[in-house]
Design a protein around this ligand. Structure first.
Ligand code: GRG
Length: 308
């Protein structure tokens, strides 16, 4: 298991200060999101307050970090990747607002704060989610295009990950599977769509913003897919092992809702082993970058070892 990030494909492993990296990138992402979104006072102010409430509630910013790190691995810049990193975070935040609604997971607590509908009411929360989803496409449409990737490619990438074949498909299967005994294969189908698709999209967009080659995009896709699956398994483990305060969202929800998860099907230890195997596969995909994907490697290890 890669306990600390080292350079895959590099001869001399070097330590990497992920905490400093994440702190720096999070601040930059927050500044950019603040610029992209209408001000909280812009009419109608309630919707802009509601959008900003969830967007700036203290999310870990893992998808933007993955997007920016992928761009850097391909020789691109944080500046060029930033609009796409922000677009992905808007989509992610929208999905969380809607996921917390009474008609979905019915949650009171998210990112350490009362959920959007608890503060603004259900109607506004639905609209805030809709507006963030739309905002993502506006941000992506306004950004530059690259010689290998047009606006059409970028928009299609986001639409595919967020649409009824991926993110929403995962949520539908998740809803329909509640209280039922489902096989591990079906659970993988859910995780691929509900979680892995947007994480994978984040790293692919980072690569595209750096004008990556087809081989680099393939490597990023393999990396994102495996990290995405590991991410959800760890999320399910944390739902059991951590407290609501530690997670910033209600712990123990999966057991209460009788949701199928890897821990409920194969147990905690085997779930950890599967997440480790997936992370190893993600690491292996980065060999092509010959040591330039150090931030992506560090993020993969961090996502495996995280406690919230
Ligand atoms: C369109 C009605 C409608 C709903 C869409 C697709 C969807 C609702 C919800 C999926 C949301 C979900 C719970 C996905 C699973 C991925 C996951 C574990 C999210 C939590 O991500 P973190 O830990 O959260 O990165 P923070 O708050 O840190 O950003």
């Amino acid at each position: 298991m890669p306990a600390t990030a080292t350079r895959a494909g590099a001869r001399h492993p070097q330590p990497f200060d992920l905490q400093a990296y994440l702190s720096d990138r999070t601040k930059a992402v927050n500044r950019a999101l603040d610029r992209f979104l209408p001000r909280a006072t812009t009419r109608p102010a309630t919707i802009h307050k509601a959008m900003r409430y969830s967007l700036f509630a203290g999310g870990k910013r893992m998808r933007p970090a993955l997007c920016l790190a992928a761009a850097e691995a391909c020789g691109g810049s944080v500046e060029d990747a930033m609009p796409l990193a922000c677009a992905v975070e808007c989509i992610h935040t929208y999905s969380l607002i809607h996921d917390d609604l009474p008609a979905m997971d019915n949650d009171d607590y998210r990112r350490g704060k009362p959920t959007n509908h608890k503060v603004f009411g259900e109607g506004l929360a639905i609209l805030a989610g809709d507006a963030l989803l739309t905002q993502a496409f506006e941000i992506a449409a306004k950004c530059q295009s690259w010689s290998r990737y047009s606006h059409r490619d970028i928009i299609l990438e986001i639409a595919h990950a967020a649409g009824s074949l991926q993110l929403i498909a995962g949520q539908v299967a998740d809803l329909e599977g509640e209280g039922k005994k489902i096989p591990a294969g079906e659970l993988k189908y859910i995780h691929e769509r509900k979680t892995s698709a947007l994480l994978c999209c984040s790293v692919r967009l980072g690569g595209m913003s750096a004008n990556c080659t087809a081989a680099q995009l393939k490597a990023l896709t393999d990396f994102g897919y495996n990290v995405g699956l590991a991410f959800q398994i760890i999320d399910d483990i944390l739902d059991i092992t951590q407290t609501t305060e530690q997670l910033g969202k209600t712990a123990g929800k999966d057991t209460a809702a009788q949701k199928a998860t890897y821990p409920s099907i194969v147990g905690l230890e085997e779930s950890r082993r599967i997440a480790q195997r997936l992370t190893n596969r993600a690491f292996a995909a980065l060999k092509i970058f010959r040591g330039k994907a150090i931030a992506l490697e560090a993020l993969a290890v961090h996502l495996l070892q995280r406690d919230r």
